[in-house]
Structure formats: structure tokens, C-alpha cells
Design a protein around this ligand. Structure first.
Ligand SMILES: Cc1ncc(C[n+]2csc(CCOP(=O)(O)OP(=O)(O)O)c2C)c(N)n1
Length: 338
């Protein structure tokens, strides 16, 4: 059976597995959402049918019988009526279910999904104009490449969080730590500090927006004081980007209160005694990430990216999953080119 991931599920199933379709929902891959809409059976493991993954509930997966497994009985039937609800720890439930599962030929369904992917040959999230500008997706993709996909990434909340989920391919559980339903801006830096304490062996990167970083950047003092080796990547677009995107799409580009007057993040980090560097071109991304990795101790990189870029595709709030806004410009890059 093909597997689709929620944001918080990323890493639970390897990104490179042929049955891993990718992320579902508001900023998920178009074919994942389409597959959910066409599926005749959904087995929901520990997800909670959050509005960011279902879109319009009345038009969500209309053909599918639904099996929902969750540890919390209050979740069963809360948002989506289900045909079968099972309450328990997934580790036990999956083991108990396995003997009842028999291998079946799903080649028709799998080729239908390949067909859906093909339709998206213009792949929304992998399509970036090659115009010499630095896009956030470039930054995340090159961070993934330079870290060999092995970093423990902690994100903040906003566009950069969605780009991370789209472009960093996570192979192992809990290699992405991110603030889910509560969407807590300011989460990344303190959570990265916690992650490094918990996993001193891991290479920990905080990926933050310029807005969210300002909410808890004083924790740089903790980083220095406790000698914590976390790397900070600011995806600096000069805006509260996710809100700017909604203003652009749904509020006639009225950018009220979203442009940011940022401090000089490099000088700020240096004031704490943390080496820091600004990156403005695609060519500089990988070498700078490699330099940060080689440096023993914390380092901050201020990636100055395209200011008015948006996260695509997007299911507008309340729309059904198969009504997605695609990137308007023609695609010139494929996943391989990235
Ligand atoms: C504490 C808090 N305030 C407000 C919000 C609403 N909100 C969600 S994303 C976002 C913009 C984030 O901007 P930035 O940190 O610059 O990241 P970007 O979206 O540009 O990547 C805001 C204001 C929130 N999630 N948390």
C-alpha cells in the first residue's frame, strides 16, 4: 500500500522508500492529495485528520472506507467519521494486525499513482525558475545534500517549515522536529538546543524564519553558555512569509504588518561570539553549509532568499484536497536538476 505522510509523520517511513508518496495536505504533493481523493481505503495511523490535511471535510476522500488507529479514543470519529476505529499503541496494533494482512496485487492502483505523478510532470514544489535568484527551496535542498540527509532538523513555523518538509528528505524517525498543530513561532532554536542535549551525537540544524527567530533569539546566549553545537539556518525573506503569502493570494496583496525590519543577524550572532555568515547566491549555499559542518561549535547562516516566493502547491483553507493552487510560472527545473 502506498504511504502518505502528515507533517509530524515525516521520517516515520523512509522518504526514499518506493511506496512513500510524500507529504499530504495543504502544502502536500498534488498527486498525494489526488490519491487520497481517489482511494477506496484509507488506513490512518496515529494521524488526527487535522484541517491542514483534510481540506473540506465534506469532500474528503469521498470514496474511501476509513480505518483509524489512535492511542487517544477521543480522536476516533472526532473530525472524520470512520468505518473502523482502533484504540491502542501503534507498535502493538500493527503487530496484532499483521497476521490478518495478505499480500495482494496492487499494481493497477500503483500505476494509477504513477500516472498522477506524471500529470504533475510540472511538479509544483520542484519547479523553480532558474533566474539566478536564491530560493528557499534551493537552500533546503542543498542543506539536505550537504548533510547527506542525516541531520536532525528542527524547524520553526511558516513557509520555511513547509519548504523543509517538501525538500529535505528524511529517512529516519524523529529526524524532523517541528511544531505541529499549535504552530509555535519561536520553537526552533530552543527545541534545537533540547534536541542536541537529547542526541549529542546528532548534527542538529535549526531552520528558522526571520520572524520566528526574533521571538527566541535570546537563546543564542544559552547556546554559548552551555557550549551547544547547533547550527542555525535563517531563511530570511524579510517578511512574516506565510502570512504574506495569504495576503497575496486571498487579500489583494495588502501586506499589512508582515514586512519585517530585521536586525543584522550576522552581527547579532557575532555579538554572542558565534561565527556567522550571509549567503545570497545558490552557489554559496553548499560550501557554506559544509564550512558550518566542519566548524566545531555553533554557527549561524543568514540565507537571504527571494522575498515574495510562495509555497506551492496550496490547497486554500476549506477547499477540497483536489483543488490546489499551482505555481504560476512555467517549470524549468525537475527534482533531478535541483
Ligand atoms: C507565536 C506565533 N505568532 C503568530 C503565528 C502565526 N504565524 C504563522 S506563520 C507566521 C509567519 C512566520 O514568519 P517567519 O518566521 O518569518 O517565517 P516564514 O513564513 O517567512 O518562513 C505567523 C505570523 C504563530 N504561528 N505563532
Amino acid at each position: 500500500m502506498p504511504v502518505a505522510m502528515t507533517l509530524l509523520g515525516i521520517g516515520a517511513f523512509p522518504a526514499s522508500h518506493p511506496l512513500n508518496l510524500g507529504m499530504m495536505g495543504m502544502h502536500g504533493e498534488a498527486w498525494v492529495n489526488q490519491a487520497i481523493q481517489e482511494a477506496d481505503l484509507l488506513v490512518a495511523l496515529g494521524m488526527r485528520f487535522d484541517d491542514r490535511v483534510t481540506g473540506d471535510l465534506r469532500r474528503y476522500a469521498p470514496r474511501a472506507r476509513k480505518v483509524h488507529v489512535d492511542i487517544d479514543p477521543a480522536e476516533i470519529g472526532k473530525n472524520v467519521p470512520v468505518d473502523v476505529g482502533l484504540v491502542g499503541d501503534l507498535a502493538d496494533v500493527l503487530v496484532a494486525l499483521l497476521p490478518g494482512v495478505c499480500a495482494a496485487d496492487r499494481s493497477r492502483w500503483l500505476s494509477r499513482i504513477v500516472e498522477l505523478k506524471g500529470d504533475a510532470a510540472v511538479r509544483d514544489i520542484q519547479s523553480l525558475p532558474d533566474d539566478g535568484h536564491l530560493y528557499a527551496a534551493h537552500v533546503i535542498n542543498d542543506l539536505w545534500r550537504a548533510t547527506g540527509g542525516d541531520a536532525l532538523v528542527v524547524t520553526d513555523v511558516g513557509q520555511h517549515q513547509m519548504w523543509e518538509a517538501q525538500y529535505y528528505r528524511h529517512e529516519t524517525p524523529r529526524s524532523l522536529i517541528t511544531s505541529g498543530g499549535l504552530g509555535t513561532m519561536g520553537f526552533a532554536l530552543p527545541a534545537a538546543i533540547g534536541a542536541k542535549f537529547a542526541r549529542p551525537d546528532a548534527e542538529v540544524w535549526a531552520v528558522v524564519g526571520d520572524g520566528g527567530f526574533q521571538m527566541t533569539m535570546a537563546e543564542l546566549a544559552t547556546v554559548v553558555q552551555e557550549g551547544i553545537d547547533v547550527k542555525v539556518a535563517i531563511v530570511n525573506n524579510g517578511y512574516l512569509g506565510m502570512v504574506r503569502q495569504w495576503q497575496e493570494f486571498f487579500y489583494g496583496r495588502r501586506y499589512a504588518a508582515t514586512p519585517l525590519v530585521n536586525p543584522d543577524f550576522v552581527r547579532l550572532a557575532e555579538a554572542f561570539g558565534i561565527p556567522a555568515v550571509t549567503v545570497k547566491t545558490r552557489e554559496a549555499v553548499e560550501p557554506t553549509v559544509r564550512a558550518a559542518r566542519a566548524h566545531q561549535g555553533p554557527m549561524l547562516i543568514d540565507f537571504c532568499v527571494e522575498q515574495e516566493d510562495s509555497v506551492f502547491p496550496m490547497v486554500p483553507a476549506g477547499a477540497p484536497l483536489d483543488e490546489m493552487i499551482r505555481r504560476p510560472s512555467p517549470l524549468v527545473e525537475t527534482a533531478a536538476d535541483l
